[in-house]
Design a protein around this ligand. Structure first.
Ligand SMILES: Nc1nc2c(ncn2[C@@H]2O[C@H](COP(=O)(O)OP(=O)(O)OP(=O)(O)O)[C@@H](O)[C@H]2O)c(=O)[nH]1
Length: 520
């Protein structure tokens, strides 16, 4: 019987699931790998770009300070010879201020920190004692000094570049101080152009301690440092890059380069978020490029899965109908194209062959009388149902051995068996092809004569009776039989009714003295 039970997971679904899971895992791993590599490349190139931009800015600033320092040193040299000549040093200070575009004012300071002479635009400073940090540094080091930005008492935001003045014997006389006005210095312009690099970048200049001197959002920072960068992060390197938080605490990519003259560091920073967005765009592109291939792969997997599972699926569905007659033919047609399915197909075909043989044997055993080889009662009824429906008329003869009990009792059961077997042979020999002889039980037989008339049946019954009467049965000698004859029309009459009538005729034959034929 065909079973319609379906499992949630059949082979096709399982293979499909397995293939899909492995494909998805492979894809995800690949995307993750691409993501990591891209991230590394992007961040590294971003960091390197920031570093090289910081280096460029640092070089530009260095060129500026270098040139300025040389100019100041040159004038300081000249002043050493004429330090006592106030007119001459005033003249030189003024010349330096006017000729140079870099300095807002020029002061000649003696070694006590008092302004000895000044360019004309700062004449009011002459005679004042300076107290700024830049002054202290210049006097104490007696070396060229570049100060941090600071605001003067007059409110000017400046940076001081100074150079020591010495006499011909090298004696320290004081220093030449030049002020760089940070509100209009070209160095400010240079650094402010950081936006040329990228819009989200910020430029910082930090001093040796990490205090922020310049921030391109605010320019050069005034007296109080507005921020602090952990200088240790930069290490001892002249240039480099690193990941760090900006002053707002945002994760940023930073490149840096040290300024040689000032000893400060230029830091170029931009938030990492922009690169992350870029990275996601790149990943989206990768996804878009690979998507059609992924879909194609999925379709191929699906088709292949169908192709692989098909033979097993077909074999499995035939397993439900192994008892049907044409199942072998159906299995033969299955394309079992790979080893396992072909092996299974062969085994199923063998199994079905054996099963059918066994069923046939059991069926034969169930329908046959083992002693005579004739159909038994069950076999008779099945055959009648199957084969005799199309015959218009059937004659029925029932026959029974007379006094068989006596034969058994007199000669033994084995002799009785021989009598039954020989009688079956006798009847078979006398009947036509197409006639149907059955052993209905014990010593009772039934003979169906399809198409025969009652007269023909009576004649046959009489002939049989005489043959048996004259036959010598081994071990038992002469035996007689009684016969009942009737007929019926299969389309019209019931077989059971005919059998009853035949039995009745037989019963009458027995009653009337046995060894006779009665027709009813
Ligand atoms: N040897 C042998 N005896 C059988 C077999 N089947 C039934 N018998 C015997 O057949 C006998 C049938 O006896 P009954 O039905 O009483 O009838 P009967 O002795 O033939 O007498 P009537 O039929 O009235 O002439 C019984 O003794 C059964 O044991 C068989 O296969 N072999």
């Amino acid at each position: 019987m065909r079973q319609h039970r379906r499992f949630a997971f059949d082979l096709k679904r399982l293979i499909l699931l397995l293939a899909l899971v492995s494909t998805v895992i492979t894809l995800l791993t690949s995307y993750l790998a691409i993501f990591q590599v891209e991230k590394k490349l992007l961040i590294e190139s971003s960091l390197r770009a920031s570093q090289s931009y910081a280096a460029r800015l640092s070089l530009t600033a260095d060129l500026f300070f270098n040139a300025a320092q040389k100019q100041v040193a040159y004038s300081a040299d000249l002043l050493g010879d004429e330090f006592d000549n106030r007119d001459a040093i005033t003249e030189e200070a003024d010349r330096l201020q006017v000729q140079s575009k870099r300095f807002s004012s020029v002061l000649v300071v003696d070694k006590t920190g008092v302004v000895r002479a000044a360019s004309r635009n700062s004449a009011e400073m002459v005679g004042l004692k300076l107290v700024s940090g830049a002054n202290t540094a210049a006097l104490s080091t007696q070396n060229p000094v570049l100060s941090s930005p600071f605001r003067t008492a007059q409110g000017n935001h400046i940076m001081v570049l100074s150079s020591p003045i010495r006499n011909a014997r090298g004696g320290y006389l004081g220093y030449l101080a030049t002020e760089i006005d940070l509100s209009k210095s070209s160095i400010v312009d240079t650094l402010i152009n950081a936006r040329n690099y990228r819009k989200d970048a910020y430029i910082y200049v930090i001093d040796r301690e990490g205090d922020v001197l310049y921030r391109d959002a605010s320019g050069w920072i005034e007296s109080v440092p507005q921020g602090h960068v952990n200088k240790a992060l930069l290490g001892d390197r002249e240039q480099g890059f690193l990941l760090m938080d900006n002053l707002q605490g945002e994760a940023s990519l930073a490149g840096f380069a040290a300024m040689e003259v000032a000893g400060w560091t230029v830091l170029v920073l931009h938030p990492a978020r922009a690169d992350v967005v870029l990275l996601y765009n790149v990943m989206m592109q990768v996804l878009l490029y690979t998507l059609p291939i992924v879909i194609l792969v999925f379709i191929c997997i699906w088709l292949l899965t169908r192709y692989i599972s098909m033979p097993l699926r077909q074999l499995a569905s035939r397993a439900d109908t192994m008892d049907s007659e044409d199942v072998s033919q159906e299995i033969e047609q299955i394309n079992a194209w790979y080893y396992e399915s072909s092996k299974l197909k062969t085994v199923m075909l063998q199994g079905i062959r054996l099963l059918h043989q066994r069923i046939e044997k059991l069926s034969t055993e169930a329908h046959t009388d083992p002693m005579t080889g004739l159909l038994n009662r069950r076999g008779f009824y099945e055959l009648v149902d199957k084969q005799l429906t199309e015959v218009s008329r059937i004659a029925v003869i029932t026959l029974d051995i007379d006094h068989f009990k006596k034969i058994n009792d007199t000669y033994g059961h084995d002799v009785g068996d021989v009598v039954i077997t020989q009688l079956a042979r006798l009847i078979l020999d006398s009947s036509r092809e197409g006639d149907l002889l059955c052993r209905m039980g014990g010593e009772e037989f039934l003979l169906l004569l399809p198409g025969a008339s009652v007269t023909q049946a009576i004649q046959l019954a009489e002939r049989l009776r005489r043959q048996v009467e004259s036959h010598h049965f081994e071990g038992a000698g002469n035996v007689t039989i009684s016969l009942g004859v009737t007929h019926f029309y299969p389309g019209r009459d019931n077989i059971d009714g005919a059998l009853k009538a035949a039995d009745k005729a037989l019963y009458q034959a027995k009653n009337e003295g046995r060894n006779r034929v009665i027709n009813l």
